[in-house]
Design a protein around this ligand. Structure first.
Ligand code: ADP
Ligand code: MG
Length: 250
């Protein structure tokens, strides 16, 4: 029975992922334990702790807490059945929201943002919260790939029955072998990565009957290409619009 098979496959992948999370959580917990001990010992021996040392220990604690948080949040996103609420909306508006949200951080990282949005797009059916999550994950990765700064290009185009969103960076890029693995859960090349960001993005794109592909060149940069189907109702509207234009012109 197909449904049961799918359920047991889901359970199996959930077990693998849970084992992955348990493993991922061990390192930050160990680091937090060590730095708490250092602070505690200083207090117990009534040693004077330099402000610089205290600051260093607390910074480690702060960073590891934030890492634990993203491990748990990404994990939940990756395994939980998504509560997807599709609504007709303007993607340009959603992207503008995302841009104003990330612009301060991009500036801080000396990343120049270039927006190249199609002047008019049909409305798409998507879950705004999920789409934001997906695009933010991709922007975060792009930023990580451009340590010394660079260019981030967001482009939208209408291509037949699809809307194409390209997210391009001028970062470190990836070799072929890496590109093959990036959507696998827990694949990461970063010291503090969870390897779940793109797993979540992939899952979100599937929820939208869309697709995601990657093109990348080591040392040059990466572009993620997301495609979204234009809903039937909007295709009709689009057709009428074009016909109306033709009518007015003649
Ligand atoms: P994480 O960011 O935690 O490593 P992701 O699933 O988001 O996990 O990404 C997996 C891996 O894909 C990254 O570790 C990195 O090697 C590679 N990657 C993703 N996006 C980019 C990018 N824009 N440029 C270069 N490498 C990337
Ligand atoms: Mg990531």
């Amino acid at each position: 029975n197909e449904a049961r098979l799918r359920r047991s496959e889901n359970l199996a992948s959930m077990t693998t992922m849970a084992a992955g999370v348990a493993h991922e959580i061990k390192n930050p917990l160990a680091a937090m334990g060590i730095h708490l001990q250092l602070l505690k010992k200083a207090f117990e021996r009534k040693e004077t702790l330099t402000l610089a040392d205290a600051d260093r220990y607390l910074t480690v604690l702060e960073e590891e807490i934030s890492r634990l948080n993203s491990i748990v949040v990404d994990f939940l996103f990756a395994v939980r059945p998504m509560d997807t609420r599709l609504r007709l909306a303007q993607m340009t508006k959603t992207l503008e929201d995302i841009c104003s949200f990330v612009e301060p951080e991009l500036e801080e990282h000396r990343v120049h943002l270039i927006k190249d949005f199609a002047s008019s797009l049909p409305r798409l059916e998507y879950d705004e919260h999920l789409l934001k999550q997906a695009v933010l994950n991709l922007i975060k990765n792009a930023m990580n790939a451009m340590e010394g700064g660079g260019k981030l290009i967001l482009q939208t185009r209408l291509d037949g029955d699809q809307v194409v969103l390209k997210i391009q960076d001028t970062g470190i890029g990836m070799d072929e072998e890496t590109q093959q693995k990036i959507f696998e859960p827990y694949f990461t090349t970063k010291a503090t990565g969870t390897g779940l960001g793109l797993t979540v993005v992939y899952k979100i794109m599937k929820e939208h009957k869309g697709d995601i592909t990657v093109q990348s060149k080591l040392g040059e940069g990466t572009v993620f290409i997301l495609t979204f189907p234009v809903p039937k109702s909007e295709r009709l509207a689009l057709k009428w619009e074009t016909e109306a234009e033709v009518h007015y012109e003649s």
